[in-house]
Design a binder for this molecule. Structure first.
Ligand SMILES: Cc1cc2nc3c(=O)[nH]c(=O)nc-3n(C[C@H](O)[C@H](O)[C@H](O)COP(=O)(O)OP(=O)(O)OC[C@H]3O[C@@H](n4cnc5c(N)ncnc54)[C@H](O)[C@@H]3O)c2cc1C
Length: 566
């Protein structure tokens, strides 16, 4: 396998401006901001985001946050639902602790001013695929992320110790003497800057943009996964990309997600001939977990030779539909569709990256000095398939833990430790081969947009809902070829760095898909349709080693419990 350079660009520590902060947080979505709020007020915090704070997946979240709130629900129910969806690959201790922490995190959001939807003065709870009870706390009908982020952003604005750097791209993590020391960032106003940090928290979100069909915002290009990889942190379960079953499919239109809650409210999935098909695939019909619904839709699309299936809400009360899903009704209306009366064309799209930087219960990665939280991680919560509305929850829980733990580590450092002096010990990183996109050294100019689009199409066709040894091998050969001439180049701005990150992450996702010769959760190998007991293991990747490490799970999935406490 062709290995690219450790750093994407060359830099000389004596020629680049330096900044110093106690805790550096890369990413300003829910996980990053929740981490910032957990850092001790005596420490300085810098939050770097590559775009505006409102451009994250957190901001786009629709359905809500899962939490046991209803007195008739039980923690054990939520735990069991999460374990069952996770296809025997969740860490039960992680699931247990996250589920039990959820009500506290929701209460905290309410205390910070989040206005969740209520009915007669109590929280209105939605139900989504894979959940046995109504437990999805939501806001603004179907715009939960917008309201939660409004409140959390306002809360972070009260912090005197926080500095926010928007529109600033993190190029690479800085490592020195075996640990993470901050990051090299870039923005158009200041160029490259070395941000030295006593602790760094990676919260850069997911990688849905690696696929042509995706629900994710443009920035979800897997940068954090590539940064962690190049810096030497262990990545885990990279084959598990969750596809959301119902993404609005209108040629030329945005790929808007149609929240699971629509099916929770009773919508049916029908084929081109108007036949409802989900009961044929699963007893839970439209409320089966996402992997099952996505796969069923793919089968029906093949069977009917049609580019999509449809959501049908005609039989539901139109007033309720408009009240619960105002955002979706508005988007449909823009394309001349009435959500309450018309068949709404949908198909699956890449939605949530389950794999990521391996973290412990405090958000520590395998690289000393580097923490991580949110979608960029593999915490053990989701197993091989994330349960709906568990990811905002994970971001809140692990954001808080990573912020607290990073903060505690900084406070425990000897006051004499002078990390500023280190800045000048780091040798210049000068790539052996400095080649730019313009090809001024005789190389041909690269059309980055062309490679970007080709990569996304390739991933959709060959590494999508359904995979085979053949499709994966072809994808690997192609991506490996692109890596050979794109990774060694140096680019002047984020378009090139982002493409390099996407290629690196795509390659890992494909290799992981090849390794997992079974079907489990979101990973559907049509040439290995059964789940294998031998592969009840994580697949861990470490830069510098061509072979992955298998990490078997210790405990067996416990039987369905009746539950005792709420
Ligand atoms: C349309 C949609 C609907 C969803 N609905 C739900 C839902 O109802 N419930 C639920 O639980 N989950 C939902 N999810 C998933 C959930 O929103 C995400 O998993 C979660 O918000 C991720 O939070 P995060 O903080 O980890 O990352 P994000 O919120 O994605 O934040 C990532 C941050 O990292 C920054 N960043 C990335 N790369 C760089 C870089 N190179 N340099 C600097 N900054 C960088 C970005 O600018 C951004 O600020 C949904 C996702 C989508 C896309």
């Amino acid at each position: 396998m062709f290995e690219g350079p450790r750093y994407l660009v060359s830099f000389g520590p004596k020629r680049v401006p330096h900044c110093f902060t106690d805790v550096l947080i890369l990413g300003g979505g829910l996980a990053g901001l929740r981490a910032a709020l957990a850092v001790d007020k005596s420490l300085s915090v810098t939050v770097v985001t590559k775009d505006d704070l409102r451009a994250s997946s957190s901001q786009w979240a629709q359905g809500g946050i899962a939490s046991v709130v209803d007195p008739d629900d039980r923690f054990d129910n939520h735990i069991t639902d999460t374990l069952v969806a996770g296809a025997d690959l969740c860490h039960e201790d992680v699931v247990n602790s996250v589920v039990r922490e959820a009500p506290q995190r929701i209460a905290e959001l309410i205390a910070w001013g989040t206005k969740f939807d209520e009915h007669n003065g109590v929280l209105e709870l939605g139900k989504e695929g894979g959940h046995s009870h109504h437990r999805i706390v939501h806001a603004l009908g179907d715009a939960t992320g917008r309201e939660v982020m409004r409140a959390v952003i306002e809360q972070t604005r009260t912090l005197d110790n926080l500095e926010l750097w928007p529109d600033t791209f993190t190029i690479d993590l800085l490592t020195f003497a075996g640990s993470c020391r901050g990051a090299l960032v870039w923005n158009p106003a200041h160029g490259k800057t070395l941000v030295w940090a006593r602790r760094t928290i990676l919260a850069t979100g997911g990688a849905g943009q690696l696929y042509r069909e995706s629900t994710n915002p443009p920035g979800a290009s897997g940068d954090g996964l590539a940064l962690a990889w190049r810096a030497g942190a262990e990545l885990r379960d990279m084959e598990f990309m969750q596809f959301h079953p119902t993404v609005l499919y209108i040629a030329g239109g945005a790929r808007s997600l149609i929240t699971e809650a629509v099916r929770g409210a009773g919508a049916h999935l029908i084929d081109r001939d108007g036949q409802r098909f989900m009961p044929e695939f699963d007893a839970r019909a439209e409320l089966a977990p996402r992997d099952i619904v996505s796969r069923a839709i793919t089968v029906v699309m093949h069977r009917t030779h049609h580019a999509n299936v449809y959501l049908d809400l005609k039989h539901l009360d139109a007033t309720m539909v408009r009240r619960r899903f105002p955002g979706m009704a508005e988007i449909c209306a823009k394309f001349g569709l009435d959500l309450t009366q018309d068949r709404i064309p949908v198909r699956p799209g890449a939605h949530y990256m389950i794999g990521g930087a391996k973290v412990d219960a405090y958000g520590r990665t395998s690289l000393p000095g580097l923490f991580a939280a949110g979608e960029v991680t593999s915490s053990g919560l989701h197993g091989a398939n994330r349960l709906a509305s568990n990811s905002l929850l994970e971001g809140l829980v692990y954001g808080a833990r990573a912020g607290e733990a990073a903060s505690a580590e900084v406070l425990a450092l000897s006051k004499k430790a002078d990390f500023e002096a280190e800045a000048f010990q780091v040798p210049s990183i000068v790539s052996a081969k400095v080649v730019s996109r313009e090809g001024n050294d005789g190389h041909q100019t690269l059309d980055l947009a062309d490679i970007h689009n080709s990569l996304r199409s390739l991933m959709w066709r060959h590494v999508g809902v359904e995979r085979t040894a053949e499709s994966l091998a072809e994808a690997l050969e192609t991506v490996e070829g692109w890596c050979r001439y794109v990774l060694p180049r140096q680019f002047p701005d984020p378009q090139g760095w982002q493409l390099q990150n996407m290629l690196e992450v795509a390659r890992l996702m494909i290799r992981a898909g090849i390794e997992r010769r079974e079907t489990r959760g979101v990973h559907f190998r049509s040439d290995y349709p059964a789940t294998s007991d031998q592969l009840r293991t994580h697949i861990d990747w470490h830069r510098g080693s061509d072979q992955p490490r298998l990490e078997p799970l210790a405990t067996a999935l416990r039987p369905r419990a009746s539950g005792a406490e709420a």
